[in-house]
Design a protein around this ligand. Structure first.
Ligand code: HMG
Ligand code: MG
Length: 297
């Protein structure tokens, strides 16, 4: 039985923009966030408190944070380390995402640390965040494939997730970083994750590099998953994962789900308005199916 309702976690302002080489003006980012909220998005990654030397696009993170104390929306920011967490503490943000890949080689490139060292640094941080009553999300990269190590064993992904669950995270966002998972792999891993972690919010994060995002989401629905990270306009990609392209486009996912009678609470025309706001500032065209068919210009 498929879920009747799905929660979309919009990652456009964060994953969507982090790979853009030209700096998007802060005011445009804020307008994009505002319009995404107007379109009905209730959970969103706004930005990341990472090193501006590593990801210059996210240098304005502190300025993006506004209206984050609204009880009805979850506004998430990423932070990789103690310095990032301390920067978040000086904002009104109450939901933090930490991120680690299953693959050691990917972590070395993305956060300049091994998986084990990164976990060791994050464990006390997560416990502290939970004591302070933050919502904590753990983003698990390279859960299926790694651009450097190839196929990742399911058991390794599940064991990494287990370490985060043991620290008390509220949510696991499990990611196909380079868009290589096929639907049978998505179904298999998420079925096991759901069985292993019945009390943790489980979210699937698919990059659409090989255009399998929608089919993977359908496979996850069949595994009982009802939370998906998607990006308006299909923007995105990790700058440190060669070959990664954007996330599955929010508008394509919403269209598919609504056609299937699954409620998302998202207004497609308002979503297109948000995409129009960001589009002139991007280095690449928007190529989601829904956008191409319905754009105004
Ligand atoms: P490092 O160079 O090893 O760090 O980078 P460091 O501690 O040696 O610090 C270097 C400099 O950065 C210092 O400044 C620090 O103060 C500063 P300096 O003294 O040279 O002037 N610094 C910071 N500044 C601001 N905020 C911070 C911060 N930390 C250090 N938080 C580090 C290590 C983790 C910082 C770096 O590798 C980094 O920022 N990485 C982030 C990479 C990133 O953003 N990747 C994309 C997000 S993850 C993703 O997209 C995957 C996901 O979508 C799921 C999926 O699809 O797989 C979530
Ligand atoms: Mg991603």
């Amino acid at each position: 039985i498929l879920p009747k309702k799905v929660t979309i976690i919009e990652v456009g302002p964060r994953d969507g923009l982090q790979n853009e080489t030209l700096f998007v003006p802060t005011e445009i980012k804020k307008q994009f966030i505002r319009e995404l909220r107007d379109a009905g998005i209730k959970e969103m990654e706004l930005t990341s408190f990472v090193s501006p030397k590593w990801v210059p696009q996210m240098a304005d993170a502190a300025e993006i944070i506004y209206d984050c104390d609204d009880e009805n929306t979850r506004n998430i920011v990423l932070a990789p380390n103690r310095k990032g967490i301390d920067r978040v503490y000086s904002t009104s943000c109450k939901a933090i995402a930490v991120f680690v890949g299953v693959s050691n080689s990917f972590n070395k490139k993305n956060i300049n640390k091994s998986t084990a060292d990164s976990i060791a640094e994050l464990k006390p941080i997560i416990r502290e965040l939970k004591e302070k009553q933050y919502f904590v999300r753990a983003c698990i990269s390279t859960a299926f494939y790694c651009p450097f190590e190839g196929k990742i064993m399911e058991q390794d992904t599940i064991e990494l997730c287990q370490q985060f669950v043991a620290c008390g995270v509220d949510e696991l966002s499990v990611a196909d970083t380079i868009g290589m998972a096929a639907p049978h792999e998505a179904y298999s891993l998420f079925t096991k994750l759901k069985a292993a972690f019945p009390n943790t919010l489980l979210t699937a994060h698919f990059h659409d590099t090989r255009k399998l995002g929608l089919t993977n989401i359908f496979a996850c629905l069949q595994a009982g998953i009802d939370r998906f990270d998607t990006s308006a306009g299909g923007l995105g990609g990790c700058p440190f994962a060669p070959g990664a392209s954007g996330n599955t486009a929010t508008e394509d996912v919403v269209y598919m789900l609504e056609r299937m009678g699954i409620e998302t609470g998202i207004h497609l025309s308002k979503l297109l308005a948000a995409i129009e706001t960001i589009r002139p500032h991007l280095s690449r065209p928007i190529d989601s199916g829904y956008y191409r068919l319905h754009r105004q210009t």
